[in-house]
Design a binder for this molecule. Structure first.
Ligand code: CA
Length: 491
């Protein structure tokens, strides 16, 4: 197609997207533009206008540790710019309060509880290691996008299985993989001491001294190798700022005024994360790919304040709790010409929504390799961000469960916690985002209704947890709920 045709195709595609969004919201609008689009071969249209998709996942990052989410200590100009040019969600959730099940929910678009993935990977001797992974029948975002001709790559942390060939990213929809199969890694790997992989083989050479830089180098190479002939899906799954706390000396020097060592090194790691995102963005701009890329940034769970010095203010709780500080995360979307720029979205959204949002952006159905429609738990967020669904919400209700350490439900502004070591906790998030005032005794009817609703959600599951993390973690549950948390930002 020549340039004019491409432009016409693009404009028509925008019109069709808009019409479909209106229809989705039950508004009666004729789809006249679909007729016009038939003049152009659909395949040409797809290859011409489908966006690249860049999913950036931080690991164990505090809700309050970006300057665009209120940090007064850590400066994150490159991530802030994504928010300034896109949609900043203030009530975004992940599906679990620890790494692996959160990633399982994100990559399948389904509550991980549905397929028994409630815990981080653990290997008790009485269970075959092949059992400990993302269930084989689950379809990933990468599977779906690869099926519609996207080039797919994951760089960084996988954490969805490492004990059989079918567990590996290259068997779960990804053309390219560089990174770690498990949940953490030293930031200064050596040829003798690393557990990094490239495709299906261990890495024996260190290319870049600092791992956050190295992962970005690999991601930039992946993008540059694609020559615009296929759209790409890049899952940039940083382990930053997960433990171990290791940063470059020059980055630590930027935060030398912070007395607490954990906080100082953590802040330096956040700086490296932001710098590297800026480096990737610049590379996309140089290749004129940035504005045709749907960028999403989020963290996989709340910051583990006690372990890495992160701050979830104004939220109480941390990684490993079902308080807001464990499950509410920063989430930013940027896609010029398709999503509004510089807005805040204040209704609950979920990492479950990424799968359907990406497939809608790719003008493709959410089907598995056999053509069966997938039963996803999320929704396409585009019409909600664009204001075409003003009278409805992406989610009235969201639920969490981490057997046996508790369960939670958010229903409208109510949040109910069901924990094994204390009576039910009921909070009104509209007036108490820090979850400080338990209203369960004051609103017993609400408490009972939400307990029943949470129980009904659990009855939907086909499977109980396929494995559990080591029992000694349960002892720590009471401590993390009782801990005193920093609820205000400090300079
Ligand atoms: Ca994590």
């Amino acid at each position: 197609m020549d340039t004019l045709c491409l432009r016409v195709a693009w404009l028509q595609e925008i019109t069709v997207r808009t019409e479909l969004r209106k229809r989705f919201c039950n508004l009666v609008v004729p789809l006249v533009s679909i007729v016009a689009i038939s003049a152009i071969a659909i395949e040409d249209l797809h290859s011409a206008v489908r966006p690249n998709i860049l999913l950036i996942l931080a690991d164990d990052m505090g809700y309050g540790d970006l300057s665009c989410y209120g940090s007064l200590q850590i400066d994150t100009p490159h991530i802030d710019a994504l928010a300034a040019e896109g949609v900043r969600c203030t009530q975004a959730y992940v599906t679990a309060c620890v790494c692996a099940p959160s990633r399982a929910g994100l990559i399948t678009g389904r509550y991980p509880n549905r397929f028994g993935f409630e815990h981080n990977l653990a290997y008790p001797k009485y269970i075959n290691r092949e059992w400990i992974a993302l269930e084989q029948n689950e379809t990933t975002i990468a599977d779906c996008l690869k099926n519609v001709n996207y080039r797919t790559g994951i760089f960084g942390k996988w954490h969805l299985g490492e004990s059989a060939d079918w567990h590996l990213p290259n068997e779960r929809g990804f053309d390219c993989f560089f990174g770690m199969l498990n949940g953490h890694h030293s930031y200064f790997p050596t040829p003798q001491k690393n557990h990094l992989w490239r495709q299906r083989k261990p890495v024996e050479e260190v290319r870049t001294p600092y791992l956050t830089d190295w992962i970005t180098d690999e991601a930039i190479e992946f993008v540059n190798a694609n020559n615009n002939d296929h759209p790409w899906f890049l899952y940039l799954s940083y382990n930053t700022p997960h433990n171990p706390l290791e940063a470059k000396p020059q980055d630590i020097a930027l935060y030398s005024h912070i007395k607490d060592r954990k906080r100082r090194v953590y802040s330096a790691m956040q700086h490296a994360l932001d710098e590297n995102i800026g480096r990737l963005v610049n590379s996309l701009k140089e290749r004129s790919q940035f504005d045709n890329t749907l960028v999403v940034f989020l963290s996989d769970n709340g910051g583990p304040c006690m372990a890495n010095g992160s701050v979830n203010a104004p939220l109480r709780g941390q990684k490993g709790t079902l308080l807001e500080g464990g499950i509410r995360v920063p989430m930013i979307f940027r896609w010029p010409q398709h999503l509004p720029a510089g807005i805040e979205y204040h209704h609950p959204v979920s990492s479950l929504d990424l799968f359907p949002t990406f497939m809608a952006a790719a003008n493709s159905d959410t089907v598995n390799h056999s053509g069966q429609t997938l039963e996803l738990d999320g929704v396409d967020l585009q019409p909600f961000f664009s204001g075409h669904c003003k009278d409805s919400l992406p989610h009235k209700t969201l639920c969490w469960r981490w057997t046996p350490r508790g369960a939670a439900i958010r229903d409208g502004d109510w949040k109910l916690l069901r924990l094994p070591h204390m009576p039910p906790q009921l909070f009104d998030l509209s007036t108490d985002v820090s979850e400080l005032r338990n209203l369960a005794a004051e609103y017993p009817d609400v408490t009972v209704a939400l307990m029943a609703k949470l129980n009904n959600w659990e009855l939907e599951f086909e499977s109980q947890p396929r494995w559990m993390s080591a029992p000694h973690y349960n002892r720590y549950s009471r401590e993390v709920y009782d801990e005193h948390y920093q609820l205000e930002q400090l300079e």
